[in-house]
Write a protein that binds this ligand. Structure first.
Ligand code: FEO
Length: 405
């Protein structure tokens, strides 16, 4: 096939001889279990045709028809020999029951995947499905095409797996290397730079699992997996920028940071915003990159993308009813789940009488495993020159911390 544009086969897309994208494009998906997706997403499913045929992953249930139409352009779905379930989360496995109505294809899945499969599909026929448990290094010979399975435990579920097509050197990486993008194009070189989308995906889906990721990358090296294409189950296929995304994943998994500070806040009557702006200005004046992020103007997932390479951050909350402002509480809960590594943080905020928000922010940050710079900065009512000077000092402290990293 030509390298300059995606070759079309009646809706299916041939990505190597006898290997087809047969997934679905979710143009209007705007929320992926809390991950805001203004650009939609894709659920990528791939059909590999040797003497036997295998489908790698399915799509979210409402898109089963779209996937089946694409498969039908290549083969009769009832003749499908095998289904590879790289991951049982329902954006990839959701169409299994619909697909199994049409085919007796045997399912290849990890041991942990079987438990999840039966958890979701018992009562929908899974007790009668033909399953074969596979582990790292096991191979499935399709006749002219060989699939090798690679367990990717906790990337990001216990069952996660990736599959390597040896002859064409395509790594079907499931959630790994994914991006939430809806596009009619299938390749990186057709759409421009999608590393920022991959960064946002990594920060919000894979960030807590940097150790399993580093281990998995070691397994790829050990097993001699040297792909020419990485075909994830969300977004575009990596070909032109393949080395770039692999290097980016290594850097993210190692927690590499830049001289960069985030000032994340919400405000009630404007005082915490004045503080945030003054802190950010002092960071900038010290020659360090800074991002000022109002929690009601930025999605959680955008803030976490910015967090990925930040060395330090400040979290500002007004005190409401002796505690956190709700958006700040929401953010801190989300942050705790993602457990960013190698960052320092400080709390700040305004209050009227009892106070409380700054101490709560500090506690939540410590519970997340973040090194907290104490004491945080609390200001009563509205900051004036003396208080603004304290904000500037805090900004300078954050800039110095960022420069030390
Ligand atoms: Fe894209 Fe973990 O599912």
């Amino acid at each position: 096939m030509g390298d300059m544009e995606t070759e079309k086969t009646d809706g299916a897309v041939e990505i190597a001889r006898g290997v087809y994208w047969v997934g679905a494009i979710d143009w209007n998906g705007r929320d992926f279990h809390g991950f805001t997706t203004p650009g939609g997403t894709t659920y990528n499913s791939y059909l590999v045709v040797g003497e036997k045929t295998a489908l790698i992953d399915t799509v979210k249930a409402p898109f089963a028809g779209e996937m089946l139409r694409r498969i039908t352009q290549i083969i009769d779905p009832s003749k499908l020999d095998y289904i590879v379930v790289n991951h049982m989360e329902l954006d990839h496995a959701g169409s299994l029951a619909e697909l199994k109505k049409q085919t007796d294809a045997k399912i290849f899945i990890t041991k942990r995947g079987v438990d999840i499969l039966n958890g979701y599909f018992r009562g929908l026929g899974s007790e009668n499905w033909d399953l074969e448990v596979v582990q790292t290094g096991d191979e499935l010979d399709l006749g002219g095409k060989t699939l090798m399975f690679l367990e990717a435990t906790m990337l990001h579920w216990p069952d996660s797996m990736e599959t390597f097509l040896k002859e064409d050197r395509i790594l079907f990486s499931n959630d790994g290397f994914g991006q939430h993008i809806a596009t009619s194009k299938r390749y990186d070189f057709e759409v421009g730079d999608v590393i920022p989308d991959a960064a946002e995906y990594y920060a919000n889906i894979l960030m807590p699992f940097h150790m399993p990721l580093l281990r998995f990358m070691g397994v790829l090296d050990k097993m001699g997996v040297d792909p020419l294409q990485i075909a994830p189950s969300h977004g575009i296929i990596w070909k032109q920028d393949l080395k770039k995304i692999l290097e980016a994943y290594r850097a993210w998994a190692n927690g590499e940071v830049n001289e960069k500070v985030l000032v994340i806040y919400d405000t009630m009557w404007g005082s915490t915003e004045i503080m945030a702006t003054e802190i950010a200005e002092a960071v900038r004046a010290a020659g360090v990159e800074v991002k000022l992020l109002n929690l009601r103007k930025n999605t959680r997932n955008h803030i976490m993308k910015e967090m990925l390479d930040a060395a330090a951050f400040a979290v500002g909350s007004p005190t409401l009813n002796n505690g956190l402002f709700p958006t700040v509480g929401d953010f801190l809960v989300y942050l705790k789940g993602l457990r960013p590594q190698k960052k320092k943080a400080v709390a700040f905020g305004s209050y009227g009488w009892g106070g409380g928000a700054v101490k709560t922010v500090e506690k939540e940050l410590k519970d997340t495993g973040i090194e907290v710079l104490e004491p945080g900065l609390q200001i009563r009512y509205r900051p004036y020159e003396k208080e603004l000077e304290r904000c500037r000092k805090l900004g300078e402290q954050l800039a110095a911390v960022a420069k030390e990293q």
